[in-house]
Design a protein around this ligand. Structure first.
Ligand code: NAI
Length: 480
């Protein structure tokens, strides 16, 4: 029986390995992590992450050929194939701080693999890493190898949170990169055999190591660039009376462009886009390509601009101050169908409103109060470095409340902001929300989930990203 061990039981390691176990009953899969809490949760009825369809897959295989353990060394020692799916956050200190990927977790995993291994291993980069990381990992492994043969492969993960199980069942492509040597090519074939159990052969791409590493960074940069492009157009729509939904529809009908990822919004979030683009920017700078670095940096700048623009729109339309006013925030996760709040635009929007002394009342169907309070207390980039955790200042903490109901959040509020596109926000009883709010009642839709005309008929003053503005908003000072 082939044995697989995956180091890192997070958003990628957990779902990916559960699907491999489901599709390959003859392979034993063990997911290991240094976090005892995370492993305990994977072994319980309350999985550590919310992902549609995940519960079902885990229940079918756990205890049969899928295991979760904190005994990292034992399972690495026993494995034939080791996936490394640890976090690769942005560095907060030292050389490349604020841009470069922090490979501390990766390096310590590689050193541990070198220490405990007594037989040949295939080591698979599953985490998103800077191009050329495999070279560094190879050096760590071979310099400590005691004659053991390590083959390093790059197999970046393209799943999206919220649709992870669907994406893993039917991936657009699986990418496997390896060196040209016969041993490495044998390893590529061995990994290909695993995926071939359920992925059609023509969707399994093989490439050289550096192409595989760079493809993942490039794919995320292209995806984020589409969002920033449509968001940039949304600002122009508001200024001219065009409607971004109509513009995006017409643009996306061009088969060379395509319709996906063209929804204007308050901005992209999630643990990957910003970190991976910053990393790409840093790699360009290190390779003497400042123009290329600046080109990609602009994708992030537009994203920050879009979040600021949203906050400014709220404040300026509410008579230039939100001090002491209650603002209901509907949705805190970075997208629907996940409880993940890493780099969510809601953090920046809430911090912007708190900075103007608003009182905010937050509701999200999947995010706990504890998580929200922690997110609002963290500095930029610190979320993946737990040592930097600081408590929310007592004044700020008083300004934030978290509810388990959208109606409760909106009760007596001056304004409502929608920051995540949860389906349930489309179906709320906005008439009753309106009746229980202060007047004039404002709604700021950061995800274009509500029908602005319907809500205007109820009596709301509505702001929807990239849509023609209410007369009220046009009369307010320009937003920069
Ligand atoms: P995560 O933070 O949810 O999971 C990483 C896990 O690794 C944590 O539970 C941590 O305790 C564990 N870990 C760290 N060092 C360890 C060590 N030495 N030994 C054992 N366990 C260790 O991160 P996530 O979201 O799963 O991402 C992992 C990688 O996959 C990152 O490089 C990310 O960029 C990439 N990725 C993430 C996607 C996503 O949607 N979240 C999608 C595609 C790639």
């Amino acid at each position: 029986m082939v044995k697989i061990c995956c180091i890192g039981a997070g958003y990628v390691g957990g779902p990916t390995m559960a699907v491999i176990a489901l599709k390959c009953p003859s392979i034993e899969v063990v997911v290991v992590d240094i976090s005892v809490n995370r492993i305990n949760a994977w072994n319980s009825d309350q999985l550590p992450i919310y992902e549609p369809g995940l519960d079902d897959v885990v229940k079918q295989c756990r205890g049969k050929n899928l295991f979760f353990s904190t005994d990292v060394e034992k399972h690495v020692y026993e494995a034939d194939i080791i996936f490394v799916s640890v976090n690769t956050p942005t560095k907060t200190r030292g050389l490349g701080a604020g841009k470069a990927a922090d490979l501390t977790y990766w390096e310590s995993a590689a050193r541990m693999i070198a220490d405990v291994s007594k037989s040949d291993k295939i080591v698979v980069e599953k985490s998103t890493v800077p191009v050329k990381t495999a070279e560094a990992i190879e050096k760590i492994l071979t310099h400590n190898s005691k004659g053991i043969n390590f083959s390093i492969l790059s197999n970046p993960e393209f799943l999206a949170e919220g649709t992870a199980i669907q994406d893993l069942f039917k991936p657009d492509r699986v990418l496997i990169g390896g060196r040209e040597t016969p041993t490495a090519q044998k390893a590529v074939q061995a990994l290909k055999q695993v995926y071939a159990q359920w992925v059609p052969e023509d969707r399994i791409i093989t490439s050289n190591l550096w192409s595989a590493e760079l493809s993942k960074l490039a794919a995320n940069a292209f995806l984020a660039q589409r969002i920033s492009s449509v968001n940039a157009i949304s600002a122009l729509c508001e200024a001219t009376g065009a409607d971004v939904t109509e513009v995006a529809y017409s643009v996306g009908k061009d088969s060379r462009i395509g319709p996906k990822f063209l929804n204007a919004s308050v901005g992209f979030g999630g643990s990957c886009f910003q970190k991976d683009i910053l990393n790409l920017v840093y790699i360009c700078e290190c390779n003497g390509l400042p123009e290329v670095a600046n080109y990609w940096k602009q994708v992030i700048k537009i994203n920050d601009y879009q979040k600021n623009r949203f906050v400014n729109r709220i404040v300026s339309s509410m008579f230039n101050t939100v001090s002491g006013k209650k603002i209901a925030v509907l949705g805190f996760a970075f997208k629907k169908d996940t409880g993940d709040t890493r780099e969510t635009p809601a953090i920046d929007v809430c911090k912007g409103l708190l900075g103007d002394k608003a009182k905010i009342s937050i509701y999200d169907p999947q995010v706990t109060e504890d998580q929200i309070q922690r997110d609002l207390a963290l500095n930029k980039f610190d979320w993946d470095h737990p040592v930097h955790l600081q408590p929310l200042s007592p004044t700020a903490a008083k300004q934030v409340s978290v509810t388990w109901d959208a109606y409760e959040a909106a009760k007596d509020a001056h304004g409502v902001c929608i920051l995540t596109e949860w389906d349930e926000f489309k179906k709320l009883d906005y008439q009753s929300i309106y009746e229980n709010m202060q007047k004039p009642a404002f709604i700021f839709d950061g995800r274009n989930v509500i029908d602005p005309e319907k809500l205007r008929k109820i009596g709301f003053i509505v702001y929807s990203i990239g849509k023609p503005l209410d007369a009220w908003l046009k009369d307010m000072p320009a937003v920069a």
